[in-house]
Design a protein around this ligand. Structure first.
Ligand code: FAD
Ligand code: PYC
Length: 415
């Protein structure tokens, strides 16, 4: 397709008529080799890698609303790999490496911007914890460094480094390869790439129940009828335990709202990402100019995508302690997504006791960064009916064997 100024003008007036579809609109066939429940980034990435890496193309992605309408389109888009334990840092680093080539791989600009991520320390204990994590990262060949107060003054000029602050900043941990990406583009890009390889993407199709014969999955019941499948993958962040339960699989997940908000667009003022677990907020500036600000989870369980005002108030206070110069910026929008959290703040990427049924969920507050890595290792797990080595530590069995991987300290925001 050729883009000229004239063409752009014409398309602008065309009211979207005759625009080519980015991915094909499909109705469900009676049977697939693999049915993926959930059309977020993870479900679509799984479909893409099933088709691309394993030649499994008779695949449907069933989405109850519109693709990307869940957490994939509601998150604050931070991408990093600086987790504490070997199992998770290796997995997230695998994902980060896929991010670095993703735009080329799916031929869609996901606007991955490696602008660096700072995690601030406000106490001696914070600083010791961060030094431990940075050392662990370096041992796993992940770029991570400690940054002194002096260096912070140069690198983030608007950050309040006064020793009169309620919780004065003492230094930071930094990952230079961390950054942000455009969340919608990730969903649309994976959808287009999967669709071009023959995957059916079916929106408005809600999975209501599952049919099993003995211990084998047979089909999914949807609002558009029954669809048979040899293999079914549940990838429904926010509803993982509810849906898995319908298929006879109990999961130790609790679901909470997680909120974020954005300001009016501003001229470039912040060219990196700043997080603080102690005062509890994080901030970056989008390419459009909005300040993107996020909170920790609302403490109660719930499924309404709204959240409570006091969490927003607390987060705004935290951000203003860090950046008093933003005190007169107007906020435009607030929203929440529902995040599924596991007891160890790590995900589940797993086979289940039901043959042919697989679960990918429990990403808590941190699954956006995992999107390509999760799809990649989950597709291999489904295709081979055997866990990918990077997925193995995240199987459901860990909740009975006790091999938990405690990432509460590195999960980004409290959960
Ligand atoms: P989703 O995108 O939620 O997709 C699941 C899909 O399943 C949904 O579209 C839903 O409609 C569909 N579905 C549900 N039930 C059914 C059904 N019965 N039948 C059919 N379809 C169904 N992570 C980071 O790494 N960095 C961040 O900065 C970050 N910030 C966040 C900020 C907020 C405010 C929130 C809410 C989350 C944040 N996250 C972040 C977490 C991240 O958004 C998620 O972990 C990730 O997007 C999950 O992707 P997904 O594809 O698994 O889920
Ligand atoms: O996983 O880095 C993260 C994150 C930050 C905010 C929400 N999640």
């Amino acid at each position: 397709m050729q883009y000229s100024a004239w063409r752009l003008f014409k398309e602008g007036l065309s009211n979207h008529q005759n625009w080519p579809e980015t991915w094909a609109t499909k109705t469900a066939k009676p049977r697939y080799d693999v049915v993926i429940v959930g059309g977020g980034g993870h479900g679509l990435a799984t479909a893409y890698y099933l088709a691309k890496n394993h030649g499994i193309r008779n695949v449907a992605v069933l989405e109850k609303g519109y693709i990307g309408g869940g957490n994939s389109g509601r998150n604050t888009t931070l991408v990093r790999s600086n987790y504490l334990w070997n199992e998770s840092s290796r997995f997230y680093e695998h994902s980060l490496k896929l991010w670095e080539d993703l735009t080329q791989d799916i031929n869609y600009n996901v606007m991955f911007s490696q602008r660096g991520i700072y995690s601030l320390g406000h106490s001696l204990q914070d600083m010791r914890d961060m030094e431990r994590r940075v050392s662990a990262n370096v041992l796993n060949d992940i770029d991570a460094e400690m940054v002194s107060l002096e260096e912070l003054k140069d690198r983030i000029p608007h950050l309040n480094l006064s020793d009169k602050a309620r919780y004065p900043v003492m230094g930071a941990a930094y990952q230079a390869r961390g950054g942000t990406a455009r969340h919608d583009a990730v969903v649309w890009g994976f959808a287009r790439a999967a669709s071009r390889l023959g995957v059916d993407i079916i929106q408005g199709c809600e999975v209501l129940d599952f049919e099993r014969e003995n211990d084998q999955i047979k089909s999914v019941k949807t609002n558009q009828g029954v669809i048979r499948a040899d293999k079914v993958a549940i990838v429904v962040a926010g509803h993982t335990s509810v849906l898995a339960n319908k298929a006879g699989v109990r999961l130790p997940i609790s679901s909470h709202p997680l909120q974020a908000f954005v300001s009016e667009p501003m001229k470039p003022v912040l060219d990196t990402v700043v997080m603080s677990n102690a005062v509890h907020g994080y901030i970056s500036q989008s390419d459009k100019g909005d300040l993107v600000i996020g909170a920790g989870i609302d403490s109660y369980n719930g499924y309404s995508q709204r959240g409570s005002p006091h969490v927003i108030e607390h987060t705004a206070q935290a951000i203003l302690e860090l950046f008093p110069c933003f005190s007169r910026v107007r906020m435009n929008r607030q929203w929440a997504g529902i995040v599924d959290t596991c007891p160890d703040a790590c995900p589940i990427i797993s086979k289940t006791k039901v043959k042919g049924l697989y679960v990918n969920g429990g990403w808590g507050t941190g699954g956006f960064k995992a999107t390509p890595g999760s799809g990649h290792v989950f597709a291999a797990t489904i295709a081979n009916d055997h866990p990918h080595p990077l997925a193995e530590p995240f199987s459901i069995e860990r909740f009975s064997t006790g091999h938990l991987i405690d990432e509460h300290g590195a999960a980004g925001v409290a959960h």
